[in-house]
Design a protein around this ligand. Structure first.
Ligand SMILES: [Fe+2]
Length: 223
């Protein structure tokens, strides 16, 4: 394994944990929420910067990566909860975007959120009636912070840990913009964003040719 490769947890106990968590996700939202609340201490999902590579109005689809997209296949599942970490939120809108396996986005115009060109490895989707979602994609590659980005000059060249950007909104809650990271990534520790937000890093499990991860999101109530 490359020294910078993100590890997957071996089977055995972790496999049983994965199956247990999968069962919770597939079960009732109430039960899943209870377990999630107990594990996390029930707090809204931490926010993170939007980043310079967000682009507005990506198409609706949950399969961000076509079958021939280079990279390790990744399936993310999760539930969007209200602030009690128990009540699932159907119809929550999730926007997701990421770099390809080589660490490149589909734009080389950072900060141009309304750039009109073909969207790649981006999409938006709604949670189902149980507040659940599933995204099929590939593992994102790491990339260095570009030079000459206003406000980020001192971080230019710093390699960011692998991450996937999320923006989640629901009509009665406060939207959250955040980034998902992967436990074991050696670039998390010195990252000015991920380094202080361990709650945003998830485990991955190998399932045949797929990596699977669970990322639940908790939104703060807006009133
Ligand atoms: Fe990014």
């Amino acid at each position: 394994m490359d020294k910078h490769q993100i590890p997957t947890v071996s089977l055995g106990i972790s496999r049983r944990i994965f199956l247990y968590r999968s069962a919770m996700i597939l079960g009732s939202g109430l039960l899943a929420g209870s377990a999630f609340a107990a594990k996390q201490g029930c707090r809204p999902t931490e926010s993170d910067i939007l980043g310079p590579f967000y682009r507005f109005d990506a198409p609706f689809h949950a399969r961000l990566a076509s079958p021939d997209e280079p990279g390790d296949r990744l399936v993310l599942t999760g539930t969007v909860f209200s602030s009690d970490c128990r009540t699932p939120l159907p119809g929550a809108l999730i926007e997701v975007w990421q770099a390809n396996h080589a660490g490149l986005y589909d734009t080389n115009k950072p900060g141009n959120f309304t750039e009109a060109s073909t969207f790649h490895l981006r999409g938006k989707l709604y949670t189902n009636e149980k507040g659940q979602y599933e995204i099929e994609t590939i593992m994102p590659g790491r990339y260095p912070v570009p030079p000459n980005l206003l406000g980020l000059e001192k971080y230019a060249g710093l390699t960011r840990p692998a991450h996937i950007h999320f923006r989640v909104m629901e009509s009665l809650h406060v939207p959250v913009t955040t980034q998902l990271y992967f436990k074991g990534d050696p670039f998390i520790a010195n990252d000015p964003w991920a380094g202080h937000k361990p709650s945003l890093a998830i485990d991955l499990k190998q399932d045949g040719k797929l990596r699977r991860g669970i990322f639940d999101v908790v939104l703060a109530r807006g009133f």
